[in-house]
Ligand binder design. Structure first.
Ligand SMILES: *[C@@H]1O[C@H](CO)[C@@H](O)[C@H](O)[C@H]1NC(C)=O
Ligand SMILES: *[C@@H]1O[C@H](CO)[C@@H](O)[C@H](O)[C@H]1NC(C)=O
Ligand SMILES: *[C@@H]1O[C@H](CO)[C@@H](O)[C@H](O)[C@H]1NC(C)=O
Ligand SMILES: *[C@@H]1O[C@H](CO)[C@@H](O)[C@H](O)[C@H]1NC(C)=O
Ligand SMILES: *[C@@H]1O[C@H](CO)[C@@H](O)[C@H](O)[C@H]1NC(C)=O
Length: 322
């Protein structure tokens, strides 16, 4: 999950331009039409976790990546040559089959009712909860896009953006530094590919042989063993070396010890004078403050430019338009 770079930067803002719309989403959107939706999603996810212990972070990542490009409209799920899936080689997004399994179960219980974009949003929340993180009411009622948006995938964060650029983009659509740090905390679980951070070990700032000075020296040595020069850059490394299967606040103490895996993670703590530093410290000492800020920021992210009303459609198969 170099992938999970995702978080860091809502560069998707670039493509969305005008930020938080006042969408008519509602936590009770399916109360009458699909009352057992949460239970169904939760059951499929728990079953999937029996086959893949990493499924929860993978699902959360899909929701982030969907939202990074044109807002949360399930365009990420569309197959085909111009799909977003094929445009992000290093991001190794996975878990699509589980989304399909959830959709199949929902179609059985309440046909033609639940959008794929809402499946992603709700599955992400439940994955966070099942992983040990917070529970929150997910606003629902999104509809699915009629096209993929490959041209937008250039805006998916790579994990190398500067903190100043990320923070500016966030602010332009109403996300403050607390939102930024909280969303970055999604790297409390999951894994990233060596390719996502190897430059920090061997080629920092394009200087051959240089290691990122904000990387804890003992941690750098560990990472060099796991990601040797000339080795397989697709090897997967835990984003949170203490507990990458659990959604907790240890990510933030890693940053305090200069043990953040991605450059964009470590910058939150290591950028001199940044207002994010105090927030990292606060979340490191209070998991409940991290959890409540994370939930708030997730709702904000999920509200960015959804398709609602008669826009888009309810896809029957998340992989293709009707
Ligand atoms: C919801 O699930 C419960 C048991 O899990 C079942 O008894 C009930 O019929 C379901 N409701 C609908 C509307 O499917
Ligand atoms: C759709 O994409 C998924 C993931 O990339 C792949 O596993 C699947 O075979 C594709 N299905 C079709 C019908 O192309
Ligand atoms: C993807 O990984 C390759 C090495 O496998 C690297 O050269 C390239 O810069 C990476 N691209 C991004 C966008 O991170
Ligand atoms: C490193 O070099 C590449 C290619 O010349 C350039 O695109 C990139 O911005 C450079 N990165 C840094 C951190 O200077
Ligand atoms: C490096 O990591 C160790 C173990 O977490 C920690 O004790 C030490 O303080 C860290 N060094 C720095 C400079 O943060």
């Amino acid at each position: 999950m170099a992938s999970f770079h995702m978080i860091t930067t809502l560069l998707f803002l670039l493509t969305i331009m005008l930020g938080a719309s006042n969408a008519q989403l509602s936590a009770t959107f399916y109360a009458k039409t699909c009352p057992n939706m949460s239970t169904i999603v939760s059951n499929v996810l728990q079953q999937a976790q029996g086959n893949d212990i990493w499924i929860f972070p993978k699902i959360v990542r899909l929701h982030f990546h969907d939202c990074f490009v044109h807002g949360c409209d399930a365009s990420l799920l569309l197959n085909g040559t111009d799909g977003e899936k094929t445009a992000t080689p290093n991001l190794s997004t996975e878990g699509y089959e589980v989304i399909d399994d959830i959709k199949t179960a929902l179609e059985k219980a309440c046909p033609r009712v639940v959008s794929c974009a809402d499946v992603l949003a709700l599955a992400a929340q439940i994955s966070v909860s099942l992983g040990g993180g917070p529970t929150w009411q997910v606003p629902l009622g999104r509809r699915d896009s009629l096209t993929a948006h490959r041209e937008g995938t250039g805006s998916i964060p790579t994990g190398h953006e500067s903190l100043a650029n990320i923070a500016t983009l966030f602010k332009s659509v109403g996300f403050d530094s607390t939102d930024l740090v909280a969303l970055s905390g999604v790297h409390t679980f999951g894994r990233a590919r060596c390719a996502a951070f190897m430059d920090r070990l061997y080629n920092f700032n394009n200087k051959t042989g240089k290691t990122d000075p904000t990387l804890n020296a003992t941690y750098a040595n560990t990472l060099k063993q796991r990601c040797p020069k000339g080795g397989d850059t697709r090897s997967l490394i835990d984003l949170d070396e203490q507990s990458s299967l659990t959604f907790d606040n240890k990510y933030f103490s890693n940053l305090q010890n200069q043990r953040g895996l991605l450059q964009t993670d470590q910058e939150l703590f290591s950028t001199k004078g940044a207002e994010t530093v105090a927030i990292v410290n606060r979340f490191a000492s209070s998991q409940s403050q991290f959890f409540s800020s994370f939930a708030k920021a997730m709702i904000k992210m999920g509200n960015l430019n959804p398709l609602t009303g008669t826009n888009g459609e309810i896809r029957l198969d998340c992989k293709k338009v009707n």
